[in-house]
Design a protein around this ligand. Structure first.
Ligand code: HEC
Length: 134
């Protein structure tokens, strides 16, 4: 019974905690981000974020290579949700109970330093193609 009560409370604390974290610092500290990455993420995602860390080959689902265009076009919001909640049926578990809001922001800043954000390229999307799709 206790578990059923504590889960909603945990979620409320998490949501409020994140809102406070957002107000504190939008950018994060990249030096600290590297330390967090090296401690928790490098073993799967690799030292350059290419998804080739020392433990990667033992996993059935390969760790994301942050250098791919698909990963680089992800918004900070998308990365943040993945790091907080993890991905279903994947070794990428959620980190909400290990890292706090500020630490998650810092580690994402570091990932974006390794693999800078690249906006999606719509330049080949001509008027013709847009019409065919609608
Ligand atoms: C046990 C190995 C492992 C560890 C440790 C790990 N990850 Fe992952 N991560 C994965 C795997 C596997 C995926 C891909 C999951 C999938 O595609 O289903 C992933 C996916 C991601 C994604 C989604 C990227 C995208 O472009 O969709 C992000 C962001 C991410 N990890 C960040 C982190 C951060 C930050 C840490 C450290 C705090 C971390 N990961 C630690 C295995 C790991």
């Amino acid at each position: 019974m206790r578990m059923f009560v504590s889960l909603p409370i945990m979620l409320i604390v998490l949501v409020i905690g994140n809102a406070i974290g957002f107000a504190q610092d939008a950018l994060g500290d990249r030096t600290n981000g590297k330390a967090i990455y090296d401690t928790h993420c490098l073993r799967c995602h690799g030292d350059h974020g290419e998804g080739n860390g020392p433990e990667a080959s033992a996993l059935i689902v390969p760790p994301t290579n942050f250098q791919t265009p698909e990963s680089r076009m992800k918004s900070e919001f998308e990365l943040r949700s993945t790091v907080i909640w993890g991905m279903a049926f994947s070794p990428m578990h959620g980190w909400f109970n290990i890292l706090d809001g500020q630490e998650i922001r810092e580690v994402i800043q570091y990932i974006r330093q390794l693999a800078p954000y690249q906006a999606k390229d719509y330049s080949d999307l001509t008027h013709d193609r847009i019409e065919k799709h609608t």
